[in-house]
Design a protein around this ligand. Structure first.
Ligand code: HEC
Length: 120
C-alpha cells in the first residue's frame, strides 16, 4: 500500500489501528491463566533482574529463560524438567542463590506454569 495515496484522515486511521495492535501486544499478560499470571509476577520480582538485566553484573551472565522448556536440556546440561528447574530454584546453582523457603508449593507451581509459556 502506498501511504502517500491516503488522505490525512486515512493515515490517521492507519496510525490509530497500528497503535491499537501495539497496545494489545503489551497486554499479552491478560491472556495468561491466573496461575501463569501469578508466576509472571514472581518471575518479574524474583528472577528478571538477574536473568534479563544481570543487575549485579555477575561474571557468569544468568542465562535467558525464554523458551526454557522448549530445549531438551537446561543450560547446565541437566534434562529440562519441572523437577530439575524447581530444584535449581530451591537450591541455587553457582552464583544463583537458592530460594528454599521463599516459595510455597503453589507459588512454585505458578512459577513453573509461567516458565512453560516460554515467558510470554
Ligand atoms: C542473583 C541472580 C539470580 C537470580 C535472582 C536468579 N538467578 Fe537463575 N541463575 C543465575 C545464574 C548466575 C545462573 C547460572 C548458574 C550456573 O550455571 O553457574 C542461573 C541459572 C538458572 C537456571 C539454569 C539452571 C541450569 O541447570 O542450567 C534456571 C532454570 C534459573 N536460573 C532459574 C531462575 C529462576 C526461576 C529464578 C527466580 C525464582 C532465578 N533463576 C533467579 C542467577 C540468578
Amino acid at each position: 500500500m502506498d501511504l502517500r495515496a491516503l488522505s490525512p484522515a486515512g493515515r490517521f486511521v492507519l496510525f490509530a489501528a497500528s497503535l491499537a495492535v501495539g497496545l494489545a501486544g503489551c497486554h499479552s499478560a491478560q491472556r495468561l491463566t491466573p496461575e501463569q499470571a501469578e508466576g509472571k509476577h514472581l518471575y518479574d520480582v524474583r528472577c528478571a533482574h538477574c536473568h534479563e538485566d544481570n543487575d549485579l553484573a555477575l561474571k557468569k551472565v544468568p542465562p535467558n529463560l525464554r523458551g526454557l522448556f522448549e530445549h531438551k536440556a537446561l543450560p547446565s546440561g541437566i534434562p529440562a524438567s519441572d523437577a530439575a528447574v524447581a530444584a535449581n530454584v530451591l537450591n541455587g546453582r553457582g552464583l544463583m542463590p537458592g530460594f528454599a523457603g521463599r516459595f510455597t508449593n503453589e507459588q512454585m507451581a505458578a512459577l513453573l506454569a509461567y516458565l512453560h509459556t516460554g515467558l510470554r
